[in-house]
Design a protein around this ligand. Structure first.
Ligand code: NAP
Length: 445
């Protein structure tokens, strides 16, 4: 098959919604080689890179280096970043379908999955999407203003997000100096009297979703000691039957069992077999009712025994959901768009977390992007749509201030110029500030 022309000789026009990893890997695969395709990557924020910028932990800068690859993709003549333009606010799905041959939803899963228990709406309960967005300067969450004047924090879940949240709350100012943690968050975290942080898993150590590298980081914190009750770990005869991440996780957890609460000023308790039954408090959360569990054939089963854990801040880190979009079929149970391996209809596709849910690493989006690009090139025939010119005309007519990739580079430069003490950047947290920085003229204009 000639992947370039799809048999019609026209250029295939593609609008990708969402400038995160899934969007960029899809754009990269679509525009590879001699494919006769152009791509507009449209994002509601003036900044590209999605979760790389606002989800990856601020102290994991090396993971963020992958954005260099996306920058290279954006360097291709047939790839354009269209920032500060939102589907649903500035343009409709019907209009996009009218303008482009294909629309790809690479919108991720920006909503927190609810716990579905009593007390979830209490003040002091913040899902990880909001909480991580807050400390990562995501404009949607800068107003979250969590009250960190608490002694005890419960982080619910046994995934890497739970580990990230606990670590960021536990690190000292020195440990966070070379990060891009939001300065307002840094101030609050450092002023906080937090003494006990709990990571709560509803199943056991063998079922934990966190990975060894992330887990063992918790045992190297300056001011905070990681505590694991040896009684919660299986007999060590099991270790030789384990392999991969489970084996390394077990070794990491066993190493923590000899730590003592008095070793450091802050304690991080990693507790398994506890599922939250209710969050307690009048208007503000003050604790959780937990049920002790056991694992039967991989499933979490309650024992009926409960306990109260005091906590003034609760951060459920239990996964995410995509945002429903008008006229796009949505699987309410799974929180993703309904698709046939990424194909929603003849013009609409989805990729990444929007397609498969919030699983895998950044790199998992690469094969996902390659797969969806191949499917699109195979299935869609270009119809000579207006594409870019039509989008620009709508933006102009509606007064939408599109931020281009060249504009983003100015925002990027301003953020880096503001950095002090080894920090890589100080992020703008406000869309207007980003747009203003993009408007500053420089010699590249
Ligand atoms: P995750 O890995 O799926 O972990 C979610 C955790 O929440 C699981 O332990 C799950 O327990 C628990 N959970 C779900 N519903 C619950 C409920 N109702 N009550 C109590 N616990 C509940 O998700 P994540 O931590 O949000 O991470 C999302 C993805 O991003 C993952 O693929 C992760 O590896 C990746 N990530 C990677 C990094 C990194 O590489 N450094 C950092 C952050 C995130 P069950 O297992 O019992 O369902």
């Amino acid at each position: 098959m000639n992947m370039g022309t799809n048999g019609a000789g026209n250029t295939l026009s593609v609008a990708i919604i969402g400038a995160g990893p899934a969007g960029y890997y899809t754009a990269e695969a679509l525009t590879k080689g001699d494919n006769n395709v152009y791509v507009d990557i449209i994002d509601k924020l003036p900044t590209p890179f999605g979760l790389i910028r606002a989800g990856v932990a601020p102290d994991h800068q090396s993971i963020k280096m992958v954005s260099k690859r996306y920058t290279a993709t954006n360097g291709r003549d047939n790839v354009r970043f269209v920032g500060n333009m939102a589907l649903g606010r500035d343009i409709t799905m019907a209009e996009l379908k009218d303008l482009y041959d294909v629309v790809v939803l690479a919108t991720g899963a920006p909503k927190d999955r609810p716990l579905g228990i009593e007390g979830e709406d209490l003040r002091g309960v913040h899902g990880s999407g909001a909480f991580v967005g807050w400390y990562n300067s995501h404009p949607d969450f800068t107003d979250l203003n969590p009250d960190l004047r608490v002694a005890s924090v419960a982080v619910i879940g046994n995934g890497n997000v739970a580990v990230d949240v606990a670590r960021i709350l536990a690190k000292t100012a020195e440990e966070m100096a070379d990060t891009d943690l939001a300065p307002y968050a840094n101030e609050k975290i450092q002023a906080s009297p937090i003494k006990d942080i709990y990571i709560l898993g509803r199943r056991g150590p063998l079922e934990a979703a966190f990975t060894p590298k992330e887990l063992t980081e918790l045992n190297r914190l300056e001011n905070c000691v990681a505590l694991v009750d040896a009684g919660q770990l299986p007999d060590d005869s099991i270790d030789e039957t384990l392999s991969g991440a489970a084996k390394k996780n077990m070794a990491g957890l066993r190493a923590m069992t000899s730590n003592k609460p008095s070793d450091k000023p802050v304690r991080l308790h990693i507790k398994f077999f506890r599922r939250p039954m209710a969050l307690m408090g009048d208007s503000t959360v003050c604790g959780l009712r937990l049920e002790e569990t056991r694992v039967e054939e991989g499933r979490c089963v309650g024992t009926g025994r409960t306990e109260i854990l005091p906590a003034g801040l609760v951060v459920p880190c239990i996964g995410y959901r995509a945002s429903p979009i008008e006229d796009v079929p949505f699987d309410e149970g799974r929180g993703i768009y309904v698709s046939d391996e990424g194909r929603i209809d003849e013009q609409l596709y989805c990729v990444g977390w929007a397609r498969r849910g919030p699983t895998g690493t950044i790199g998992t989006n690469k094969p996902d992007g390659i797969g969806i690009a191949a499917k699109i090139l195979e299935e869609v025939t270009p119809a000579g749509k207006r594409g870019r010119a039509g989008l620009d005309a709508i933006a102009e007519e509606r007064g939408v201030h599109i931020v281009t990739f060249a504009d983003w580079k100015k925002i990027d430069a301003a953020e880096m110029a503001a950095a002090v003490n080894g920090a890589p950047r100080v992020k703008f947290a406000d869309v207007d500030d980003m747009v203003s920085a993009a408007e500053v003229s420089d010699h590249t204009d």
